[in-house]
Design a protein around this ligand. Structure first.
Ligand code: AMP
Length: 568
């Protein structure tokens, strides 16, 4: 049983990087995937963003990496569906491998994605790289230009395979894997395992180890009286969103779970700076320090604990009302375990999760496995917060009225009523009390609303034209078309001034749109490609964003005219 990173037999440089990042223990997917990957086995893993899957495949790649000279071709290729994910994976691998060959002498990792000028990528490839992380369209471009050599590949990783297939990359993936050496290792991670993903696995993986989230681990003991909700928030807004949620929820005692020691420290600092009394608890503290922190929570000196799972293990606090997951937990078991700490002995408990847009899938997995609904909520707005604060002031005033020890203040009211109406006097008194209790507004950047982020749509059916990896069908006028999904709500048709003659394929447009705008592949409707232009259907609300994003980028290495169809 893998419990610590040292059980994994990793190189000291990698262990050092993990410690420096504040990772305390492997996530379940890492514990299961790393040993067989180190042995060189192929692997088929069901894991969504948030499970720690990137480190699960990246650490074994780095473990086997040797120092190589200038001009060396890559030994590993990671395929990811979008530019956003490719960059994220690239940064993660870079972080883990940054001192691999000595201080500041790390692995050379290169992201290749559409939209970025190809010239820079060519220069880097020429100089020599160890690991390439790319979107399938751009990787194919490089292969056909002869600028990306696959003959030295030891490993190919398909990350978020279901999403890549949904986006129409089935043929590109096949072509890339066909071009890679036969004796390579192949790793496939996917949030879901529909038959089209299984088909790719059957075709390209050899006797893979299978890793999936097992139902029985997750089903034990979710306390039914726990109210579970989640907020989708972009990363930069998370501290402010947490503050808002805490203000509205006003917990008696809460634990906020973070992933790493660094996150615990920086979040406690931010919250304390915003006027909350938060205590940090993580594995980097001595036992004595930890005991002190826990005692302060138990005897109610503190009401907010920011902790890692490891440090909070075994912590049992009777009056705990709220558990907050600052990130989606790496495994459903961790979620169940965390929220089992509230809602004890018939009291109502609350579990709140802050999820980044990409982590929405993991929430769905947790819901499926626990059989319980996690209600998606909107981050409280400035108006909600004001209303809530006024409500608290009102409640405090009511309590004071019920206590009825106001004699000493009556004279003040009486002298003022000569001049003002009683209602006005009361309102002014409420204003002063309110300002005093809120400190004249909180330190939070209070008057700006946190942008609401749409969770990525998950439930809609995959694109018809990509089901089973079939070729895009032919639309009217012989233009390759991609039926796409039927979008809900109003849509806009966009004209793009590049077509078949420029080598544009539906997947290139999907790649450019998802890479440059906030849309995911699932938000894009039908695509028709004619000889000299293409038409793409997108949600009306996103049309302007997509137009400016596409105008600012390159498609197949070229600038294109982009506008609403029908407008000249
Ligand atoms: P991923 O699912 O690969 O996107 O990872 C989700 C997040 O978890 C990333 O921010 C990682 O930095 C973080 N992470 C990965 N492994 C661990 C670990 N063992 N302990 C703490 N955080 C981790």
């Amino acid at each position: 049983m893998i419990r610590t990173f040292s059980d994994l037999d990793l190189r000291p440089e990698l262990l050092g990087a993990l410690t420096a990042l504040g990772y305390e223990e492997p996530t379940p997917i890492q514990g299961e995937a790393i040993p067989p990957l180190l042995e060189g086995r192929d692997l088929l893993g069901q894991a969504a963003t948030g499970t720690g899957k990137t480190a699960a495949f990246a650490l074994p790649l780095l473990q086997r990496l040797e120092k190589r000279g200038r001009g060396a071709g890559p030994v590993a290729l990671v395929l990811a569906p979008t530019r956003e994910l490719a960059m994220q994976v690239c940064e993660a691998i870079h972080k883990y491998g940054k001192d691999l060959f000595g201080p500041a002498n790390g692995a050379r990792v290169l992201p290749v994605y559409g939209g970025q000028p190809i010239g820079r990528q060519l220069r880097e490839l020429e100089r020599g790289v160890d690991i390439v992380v790319g979107t399938p369209g751009r990787v194919i471009d490089h292969i056909s230009r002869g600028t990306l050599r696959l003959d030295g590949l030891l490993t190919v990783v398909l990350d978020e395979a279901d999403e890549m297939l949904d986006m129409g990359f089935a043929e590109d993936i096949d072509a890339i894997l066909e071009a890679a050496p036969n004796d390579r290792q192949t790793v496939l991670f996917s949030a879901t395992m529909p038959s089209r993903v299984e088909k790719v696995a059957r075709r390209h993986l050899r006797n893979p180890v299978r890793i999936e989230i097992r139902r029985e681990q997750a089903e034990q003991g979710v306390a039914p009286q726990v109210r579970q909700s989640a907020y989708v928030v972009a990363r930069p807004h998370k501290p402010a969103a947490l503050g808002r949620v805490l203000d509205v929820e006003a917990p008696e005692a809460a634990i906020v779970f973070c992933r790493t020691r660094e996150e615990v420290d920086s979040l406690s600092e931010t919250l304390n700076g915003r006027g909350y009394r938060a205590e940090a608890l993580h594995g980097g503290l001595s036992q004595e320090q930890r005991d002190k922190v826990m005692n302060r929570l138990r005897n109610r000196t503190t009401e907010l604990l920011i902790a890692t799972d490891v440090a909070a293990r075994g912590l049992d606090v009777e009056h705990l009302t709220h558990v907050v997951n600052y990130n989606v937990p790496a495994a459903p078991e961790a979620y169940v375990h965390r929220i089992g700490r509230v809602g004890r002995a018939g009291r109502e408990g609350v579990a709140i999760t802050l999820a980044e847009p990409r982590e929405h899938r993991m929430l769905k997995t947790i819901e499926r496995l626990t059989g319980q609904k996690i209600v998606m909520e909107k981050v409280p707005t400035v108006a909600d917060l004001r209303a809530r604060r006024l409500e608290l002031t009102r409640a405090a005033l009511r309590e004071s009225l019920l206590e009825d020890d106001l004699d000493g203040f009556r004279a003040v009211v009486e002298t003022l009523t000569d001049e003002f109406d009683v209602m006005e006097v009361a309102a002014a008194a409420v204003k002063l009390a309110h300002e005093a209790s809120t400190g004249g507004g909180s330190a939070d950047d209070d008057d700006t609303d946190i942008p609401q982020v749409a969770a990525r749509a998950e439930e809609r059916a995959p694109y018809d034209s990509t089901r089973g990896g079939s070729r895009p069908s032919c639309g009217p006028g012989g233009a390759p078309a991609r039926k796409g999904r039927v979008l809900e709500g109003p849509t806009a048709k966009l004209f793009i001034g590049l077509g078949r003659a420029a080598g544009v394929r539906p997947q290139d447009l999907v790649g450019a749109i998802t890479g440059e705008s906030s849309l995911s592949g699932r938000d894009i409707g039908g695509i028709e490609i004619a000889e000299r232009f293409a038409l793409v259907e997108v949600p009306e609300g996103a049309a302007e964003e997509v137009i400016s994003a596409l105008r600012a980028t390159m498609i197949k290495g070229r600038k294109a005219t982009v506008r609403r169809d029908g407008k000249r």
